[in-house]
Design a protein around this ligand. Structure first.
Ligand SMILES: [Zn+2]
Length: 195
């Protein structure tokens, strides 16, 4: 099957595909024959638009290859509502795929629209803003995410990364001196590794 997005480009942590194009990235079927048979089955189901069977395999039988094929079809058709529905049902893989799609396509407004539903979308939004060169806006988003009970710790760590990566050591120092222990730790490491 021809896919819409490339999967062979070097990509960073945020825009590399975790699932799209990832069927048989690892040897999950033991034999080349079994792998080829899986490909044929998935191609047949996709050609028939048989999403019912793909979903059944993906969710009832925990068939990762069927899940990959299902999200590939959704991504290629830009079915973000369907990806979001799977994510809302608790599928973190679908959430990651949705975010990866939006980051890759630089869809900042859509990422912003996901924030009320998925708090951690802010981290992906922040990364997209960094890719656009708007570090200040990214820092604002990460700081907003820091109050989130689940993702706050990660957001703070990402904000410190971003500050140090952009030479804003003074801002990290201010945080460290105001009693921010992660900032103090990071500053210490940064100073130790600075030439
Ligand atoms: Zn397979």
């Amino acid at each position: 099957m021809n896919r819409r997005h490339r999967t062979d480009q070097p990509a960073d942590q945020w825009s590399g595909w975790s699932y799209y194009g990832a069927a048989h990235r690892y040897d999950v079927h033991d034999t080349p024959e079994a792998t080829a048979a899986c490909d044929r089955l998935m191609d047949r189901l996709e050609a028939a638009r048989d999403e019912r069977t793909l979903r059944k395999l993906a969710y009832d039988d925990s068939n990762a290859c069927a899940f990959v094929r299902l999200v590939e079809m959704m991504v290629d058709a830009d079915r973000i509502t369907d990806l979001r529905t799977l994510a809302l049902d608790g599928d973190g893989r679908a959430f990651a795929t949705l975010m990866e799609l939006l980051v890759r396509e630089d869809r900042v407004e859509q990422l912003r629209a996901e924030v009320p539903v998925f708090a951690s979308a802010r981290a992906w939004l922040a990364h997209t803003l960094v890719r656009r060169g708007d570090v200040d806006a990214a820092l604002v988003e990460l700081e907003l995410l820091e109050s989130d009970p689940e993702h706050g710790h990660f957001a703070h760590s990402e904000r410190l990364n971003l500050l140090l990566a952009h030479g804003r050591v003074d801002q990290v120092r201010v945080l460290a001196e105001s009693g921010d222990r992660p900032a103090a730790r990071r500053l210490k490491h940064w100073l130790a590794s600075a030439p």
